[in-house]
Design a protein around this ligand. Sequence first.
Ligand SMILES: NC(=O)c1ccc[n+]([C@@H]2O[C@H](COP(=O)([O-])OP(=O)(O)OC[C@H]3O[C@@H](n4cnc5c(N)ncnc54)[C@H](O)[C@@H]3O)[C@@H](O)[C@H]2O)c1
Length: 263
Amino acid sequence: MTNSQFSLDGKIALIVGGGRGIGAGIAMSLAKAGADVLIADFDADLAGGTAAEIEKLGRRSAAITVDVRDPASVQAMIATVERDFGKLDIAVNNAGIVSLGSVAELTVQQWDDLMTINLRGVFLCCQAELALMRKGGSGRIINTSSIAGKIGFPDLAHYTASKFGVIGFTNAFAKEVAREGITVNALCPGIVGTGMWRGDTGLSGRWAQDGESEEQSWERHQSALLPQGEAQTPEDMGQLAVFLASAPHVTGQAMAVDGGFSL
Ligand SMILES: NC(=O)c1ccc[n+]([C@@H]2O[C@H](COP(=O)([O-])OP(=O)(O)OC[C@H]3O[C@@H](n4cnc5c(N)ncnc54)[C@H](O)[C@@H]3O)[C@@H](O)[C@H]2O)c1
């Protein structure tokens, strides 16, 4: 039995970029609220791992390999959902990457790589998901943006632009489908200790000061940036995703889970 206010019993959810990190946390939260949750990811092993965890909760799942850069791959993902599960109630478009570089140093390749996954990927997924949701007459779409979708960060101008883009796209798209029972919202994580932040190749490792360990840099960034002083978790993102997957009259919004950082 799930919390009746937020019950997702009988719903089919798709998490794109659900193999690890925030996407995996959202997947588990939606499953705990009652949904069957399908995991799509570029990395087949990661997708399979999260799908197995969903099944351990007694929900149906599937691992789908997708590259959000590729329209044909995104279409094939939605065709698989329709063929094997018959409908799509909830879609979370969460695949994203980060890289670092000042505007003076950024390469066109860096810009294009990041935009193609973070922004074009969201468009391609939304377009394909819409076609299936329209057949069912309702839907909930959640696009992962960031606090960098509300405030600029140095050395992340391209990432910031992609995440501002996700919010603008989300608001416009929400208005297009507002009378069709389909809501579209953006979720803006603050700082979450996933592969994007942790380790020597994550942001805290690359932003470590001289003599500072990766762990110390991670602690410093949480404390310096976040009013509450501590990082958010994938489960925190799952909590908002369950709410957005339930609420019929919240649409076009960009909602942050960031410990008080942004407006
Ligand atoms: N971690 C944070 O602090 C933070 C903060 C704000 C926003 N975000 C956003 O949250 C989302 C998830 O980030 P995360 O921190 O969990 O990172 P992560 O790197 O742990 O997870 C990203 C997932 O996306 C998948 N992916 C990457 N490229 C893909 C592609 N082309 N096609 C399909 N899947 C692909 C990866 O395989 C991975 O499973 C991203 O959109 C990120 O920008 C993260």
